[in-house]
Ligand binder design. Structure first.
Ligand SMILES: [Zn+2]
Length: 203
């Protein structure tokens, strides 16, 4: 049965697809999609998982990044991170990738992201650019991932990030974050991007 309202601010799965098997450069995975309702909106998630989800499961919460993942823009490392995560899942024969379509530009959307980039090209840092536009620099919520992990019967995870907000969101929802691992691209061209990320988000 599909719930019509979201009780309080708790995320609720309103629809999920069946699974299909997809094969990519990294191996064979099960693909499904989930619509999760919370805060008056429904957000779409793509979920890619390995066959086995026993024990501590490596998990990557991936925010959509059209500019990096599709256009291969070098302002950020999102395309590299998704490849790195899938390579690890393939090597470990275990893992779940949850892809948040609504998280483009840390929740700014593509319009807001491009407007920020334009200001950053004029010398603003990311924080000033978002503030100038009157937008929050990071409006993403990660608790929708917890309900998806619960639906997959995943209780204990190795989270492929050290983002404190992602760790806190899963922990608060009862998912045990047993380990974390930061995915950091050694490309020296990304040093400035990482420095800004550490300053603003603590990772
Ligand atoms: Zn990106």
């Amino acid at each position: 049965m599909i719930p019509l309202v979201c009780e309080g601010s708790e995320p609720v799965i309103v629809r999920k697809s069946r699974e299909v098997v997809v094969q990519n450069d990294f191996g064979s995975f099960h693909l499904s999609s989930y619509q999760v309702f919370c805060d008056d909106r429904t957000e779409l998630h793509g979920v890619l998982r390995t066959s086995s989800l026993e024990g501590t499961v490596p998990v990557r919460l991936n925010s959509a990044c059209f500019t990096s993942e599709v256009l291969r823009d070098k302002r950020c490392d999102c395309a590299w991170q998704i490849s790195e995560a899938l390579q690890k899942f393939s090597r470990w024969q275990k893992g779940v990738l949850i892809y948040h379509f609504a998280h483009e530009g840390r929740g700014l959307g593509l319009m807001g992201k491009i407007a920020c980039y334009q200001l950053m090209d004029q010398g603003h840092n990311a924080e000033d650019a978002a503030a100038t536009l009157g937008l929050p620099i990071d409006s993403r919520r990660f608790d929708s991932s917890a309900v998806i992990l619960a639906d997959l019967r995943v209780k204990r995870v190795k989270l492929l990030t050290e983002n404190p907000r992602k760790i806190a969101a899963l922990s608060a929802a009862g998912i045990e974050v047993a380990e974390t691992e930061q995915l950091t691209n050694p490309d020296p061209d990304l040093a400035g991007y990482y420095e800004e990320k550490r300053r603003l988000f603590g990772l």
